[in-house]
Ligand binder design. Sequence first.
Ligand SMILES: [Zn+2]
Length: 381
Amino acid sequence: MFSFEVQKKSKKSKARVGTLKTPHGVIKTPAFIPVATLGVIKGALDSDDLKSAGVQCQITNTFHFIDLDATARVGKQGGLHKFFNIEHPIFTDSGGFQVFSLGKGTAFGIGKVGSIFPGEKSDLKQRSQGLVKIFEEGVRFRSPRDGREIMLTPESSAKAQMQLGADFAYLLDICGAVVDDKNASLRDLERTNRWYERYLKVHKSKKQKTFGIVQGGLFKDLRQKSVESLNELPVFGIAIGGALGKSQREMFKIISFVNEKIDWGRPHHLLGIGDLKSIPEIIKLGIDLFDCALPTRVARHGTAFTSRGYIDVKRGVYKNAFRPISAACACPTCRVYALAHVHFLFKAKEPLGGRLLTIHNLWFLEKYVEGIRRKIALGKF
Ligand SMILES: [Zn+2]
């Protein structure tokens, strides 16, 4: 039912093309995984929109379903695929990312890479307590929605992900932050490894495969230790998570070092990176899967992905731009609407603008990555 096969490896880089087979179809890799936080992609896209945008798969956030007390309900309805009428493969993260985003991410106002490539910014100051407390047993969250307490453990994460019934689940990890020193990173890594054992003891599903997540922060020896233990675990794929440095350069160094050591027989997933500049670079480093909320989030605020980079469709210069959003784009949006129309909708604050641009960005990225796959297959990447 599940398999990962590499069809072609580049001689110029570590890039490779492959196929990831699942009970819900085949994902051609390298592949971009759009983020569908609550099962649906924000911007009011339904399952037909996702199909026409050429989306191959999606990643959904387990934590938010737990926060809404909805995992059992979705499970009873046959899982995420049935609940949302989705045909393509689904990934669900474990909640580990929210350990970071609602914890140190919120407390320090930072992203996975410093504060989103801040240059060599070093003045990261704690602004608040965050909403997370970590114990040996698990993580205690304060719900960002209604403030009630939620306890997430390796066992409850495994159970919730089995109920959601995605094709791929993730081990529960403690996602580190750039502010962590070595002692903190080591303590979290050792605890994460104990959580992995606990998770795997209760995760019993033939219909769902699991990915492990490399932690260890900014420290090479800890990253290595983390990869080595994951390579020994019965996980289908391995993802790179946690803090990736304080600049884009540092990020590529960490990814390169870690990716090199991950078992090449399994799919390699880079968590949370998907900007236009990084995509070719991470594929060259041998990344097979990458997910990111950025392409759809910026679309809702008027930023389009184009062959010339990002543009803000709200700018006055696009008032009379009766041409596609990106040159020669054949996406469902550009087939019908010109840049000037989308500009108008954003200026008029009509939600259709965000929806149309989200469809465009998703299509654009799918085609962009498809182009890279073609180049790898031809030995040109
Ligand atoms: Zn388009």
